[in-house]
Design a protein. Structure first.
Length: 308
């Protein structure tokens, strides 16, 4: 997944104005400002701030706990309290000013810092406040650190690409979103492509997708390369199924994997569309040249990449 795609999806979700998580009844907390109206009893109407201990003070009924209750629950509790003094009291409670929850977003975002958000704000809200992800952001290694010190992974790829809103976690005051840089997670596309260079590997990427990221092959139609080659370090790399194609040993503890591009693109054999690994060098040879000599020539200039 690219950062541009992640930000585009993020913007689309936020600008659409649709709820991204199931709406739960608002739970009152310290620093909420509420207005309590007792109909027919104007002298009992009050606007009060919920104190740090979670209580409010009202005429006749005195101190009563409000934090941790929904509007409906507090209204019922006030009605029960006023029943001692008033026959059939009619009470309404509204929130005049919502408290803020303080969230920190650090790492690879456009505007890292601390933000005051409204209660019920989510991961998407925090990322939006921080201006979205940078080009270096890791969508697979980000984490949420709760005020208690508990940490949990942030499945940003699931959230931003697949729009799986179960990962749009509701935040609490004191939470910190940590978005680290994607380290040691690059691959290279070289040879007969429009945009050769290094690319960040985010999530699952196949050879065909990597070719598209590099702008596709320079030569089109009959001139398109039928085979693509991957130079991969053997240490820690998963064993390739036999159907992927030819695998040859190279110096410096590397292997050369040959991918049948024609089988993938023309015959739709996706089993041969190899998943890219960190550090892979994908080489698209020029047609009309001897493939072996083309590969050797390119590898000669890249020998230092795999030197211990």
């Amino acid at each position: 997944m690219t950062r541009r795609l992640a930000c585009l999806v993020l913007a689309t979700i936020l600008l659409a104005g649709v709820p991204v998580v199931a709406q739960q009844p608002y739970v009152l907390g310290s620093e909420d400002v509420i207005e309590v109206t007792v109909y027919g009893q104007a002298d009992l109407t009050r606007t009060v701030t919920i104190l740090p201990d979670g209580t409010i003070s009202l005429p006749l009924i005195g101190i009563i706990r409000a934090a941790g209750l929904t509007i409906e629950e507090l209204t019922k509790r006030l009605i029960d309290g006023y029943l001692v003094y008033i026959k059939n009291p009619q009470v309404a409670v509204i929130v005049k000013e919502f408290r803020k929850i303080r969230i920190s977003v650090i790492g690879e975002v456009t505007r890292p810092g601390t933000f005051d958000l409204k209660p019920g704000s989510t991961v998407l809200d925090a990322l939006s406040a921080a201006g979205g992800l940078t080009d270096k952001a890791s969508v697979t290694q980000s984490r949420l650190v709760r005020a208690s010190g508990e940490t949990q992974p942030l499945a940003l790829e699931e959230l931003l690409v697949r729009q799986n809103m179960q990962y749009n976690i509701a935040l609490e005051t004191g939470d910190t979103l940590m978005v680290p840089e994607e380290l040691n997670n690059r691959f290279f596309v070289l040879g007969d492509v429009n945009h050769p260079g290094a690319y960040v590997l985010r999530g699952d990427v196949t050879v065909l997708q990597a070719l598209a990221m590099a702008g596709g092959s320079v030569q089109r139609g009959a001139g398109t390369a039928k085979m693509i080659h991957i130079v991969r370090r053997r240490g820690g790399a998963p064993q390739l199924p036999a159907e992927y194609g030819k695998v040859e040993k190279l110096p410096n503890n590397t292997v050369l994997i040959t991918v049948d591009l024609q089988a993938v693109m023309q015959r739709g054999d996706l089993t041969r569309d190899v998943k890219v690994q960190p550090g892979d060098i994908i080489v698209v040879p020029q047609t009309g040249l001897n493939n072996a000599s083309s590969i050797v020539s390119i590898l000669a200039g890249l020998a230092t990449i795999f030197k211990p």
